[in-house]
Design a protein around this ligand. Sequence first.
Ligand code: NDP
Length: 376
Amino acid sequence: MNKNSRRRFLRQTVTAATGLALAPGLVSCGAGNTATASSSAPARAPEKGRKLNVALLGLGSYAKGQIAPSLQFTRHCQLAGIITGSPEKIPEWQAKHDIPDENVYSYDNMDELADNPNIDVVYVITPTATHKEFAVRAAKAGKHVWCEKPMAMTVEDSQAIIDACNENNVRLSIGYRMLHEPNTQDFIALSKEKAFGAFTAATSLAGYAGSDPPTDYWRGQRAMGGGALYDMGVYTVNGLRYGLQMAPVAVVKAMQHRPTEVDVTTEYTLEFPGGLLAEGKTSVVTNYNQLRIEGENGWHEMQPMQPYGGVKGLTSAGTVLGPPIDGKQQTLQMDDDALAIMNNTPVLAPGEMGRDDIAVIRAIIESAETGKRVVL
Ligand code: NDP
C-alpha cells in the first residue's frame, strides 16, 4: 500500500470508527480550531447513531444542484428542513425530499427554529452579503451553523458570526469543500511534510469562462458580494493558505478589471513569512485552475484545483495524486462537519479561517484601489 492510499485508508477507517463512537454526554461548543466543551451549554448532542437534521437556508442553484443531492449520500446527517423566501419553491422541495410542514420556514419566521428540536443544523447558502444576518439568526435559534464561502463581506461581519456561534454554544463550519476532498488532502499532506524542501514560490489560479455577471443579479452587484474575487478568488486565497501552511503577511500589489461594478478578473501578489511571494489570479471570464507550490527540490501541484469533481495532482517526482474523484466533496464535507459536531472535535474549516480569508480579500481590494502594499 503506498503512502497516499494508506492515508486514505486510515481516513476512511477513522471516519467509520468515529461515526460509531457518539458520546451521549457531549455538549456542543463554540466555533474554532480547538474543540472546547462549554461549561454552561445544554447537552444537545444527538442520540447515539442518530443522523443530524439539516435545514437548508436559501434554495438557489448550489442548494438545489449540489447540496441537496449530496445529502442523499451522507451517513451522519440528512436533509430535514428548508428556509426560503420563495413560497413557490416549497411544494417541490417538500415532495422531493419528504420534508414535513413543521420543518418549513420563511426568512420572517426562521427565529422560531429555536422551538424545533428536530433541526440541528442550518446551512446558509444565500448571496454572500446576507450570510451574516442569516448565520447570526440561526445561531441565536440555537442551531449549529454551516455557512457557505465566502464567509461574509467583511472581517467584522465574519467575526459577528463567530461571536454569535460562541455565545450560543453552537458549532460553525465554512463550506470550503476542497478541504474535504481526498486528493486535496493528499496535496496538503505533501505541503505539511515540505516534501520538496523549503517553499520558494507559489501560484494559485481559479477562473472560469463565463460572461460579465448581469447587474440585476446579485453576482453582478458589488454590495451583495458579486465579482470574481469574492466568488472564485476566495479559493485561490484559501488554497495558498493550505498549500503553504501559513498565512500571508501582506498584499504586495493587486489589479482588478471592473467593466461594471464588480471585478471580472483580479490578479494579486501576496507576501508570506520569510519574503516568499505567491501569485494569484481569479476570473469569471477566463478558464484556469491550478495550485502549484515550488520547493527547493521540486514542486507539487493540483490542476484542476477546485472543480466539483476530478481534482488531479502531480509532483516533480512523477507522483500522481489520484485517481480523480467525482462528485463526493459535499457529501464528505457535510459528514465531516456532522461528525465534528457529534464527537465534539475540531472542524476542518472553522470560522476563523473564513474570516482570515476575508481579511485577505479586503486587503487585495484595498491594494488594487490604492496601488499600495497592504499589511495584513
Ligand atoms: P443563487 O442565486 O442560485 O441562490 C441564492 C438563493 O439565496 C436564492 O435562490 C434565494 O433562495 C436565497 N436568497 C436569500 N436572500 C436573497 C437575496 N437578497 N437575493 C437573492 N437571493 C437570496 O446563488 P448560489 O446558490 O449559486 O450561491 C449561494 C451561495 O453559495 C453563495 O454564497 C455562493 O458563494 C455559494 N456557492 C458555493 C459554492 C461552492 O462550491 N462551495 C458553489 C456555488 C455557490 P430562496 O428563493 O429559497 O429564498
